[in-house]
Design a protein around this ligand. Sequence first.
Ligand code: PMT
Length: 222
Amino acid sequence: HRRNDLAGETVLITAGGTREALDPVRFLGNRSSGKMGYALAEAAERRGARVILVTAPTALRPPANVEVVPVVTTEEMRHAVLGRVDQASVVIKAAAVADYKPKMKADQKLKRKGGLTLELEPTEDILAEVAQRRHPEMLVVGFAAETENPVVHGRDKLLRKGADAIVLNDVSREGIGFDSDRNAVTFLTRDTAIDLPEMSKRELADRILEEVIALRRPSLVM
Ligand code: PMT
């Protein structure tokens, strides 16, 4: 069923794992399937939002009635996001973005001979840049995949990156998080931590959006 509680909002969502090429056939990537971000895009559309989905490669079918912007690398995702962020009233960064990229990309396929040492350099932090460029009405929601002390590291990320909320994934737990159809998260703001227990990513997408809507309209929460 459709609710219209996101009517009038433009929600920009990132999904999937960015890839950094080593040579023409190999890349550094991560385990993100894009399921969480796509579920959020579908749920936001059902709730009446205009949705822009900036997506790294996934095996998923693009959701209907959503503006899909395909990207591969972190730099492409950064361009796609920063070029559209001024249209957005809500930004949700569910993508797993590569934190490092190879310093050099080989023009030809690397040959196997002995050991190989890769030199990596950090990528730009898209979430932090979005938060810097935000207009006053914009809500900025990040995700954080943590394997230890999730709440401590999640709050640190929230403050450091200047987000309104961080959706915290404890990716050390079996059966949830990367690639699974299920997930459990903590929705962290500066002063609250709301546990959203294990459920399908589709259900969770709606619960996350309800928390985002509550941030948007604090006056309606009595
Ligand atoms: O895709 P699925 O298989 O469904 O899995 C979902 C998920 C586990 C990938 C997802 O829910 C999740 O946790 N995404 C964030 C993963 C991540 O990159 O976390 P991080 O702690 O490294 O990054 C924190 C935040 O900063 C994220 O919002 C990320 O998009 C953003 N970031 C990170 C690095 C960078 N260079 N730029 C960024 O914007």
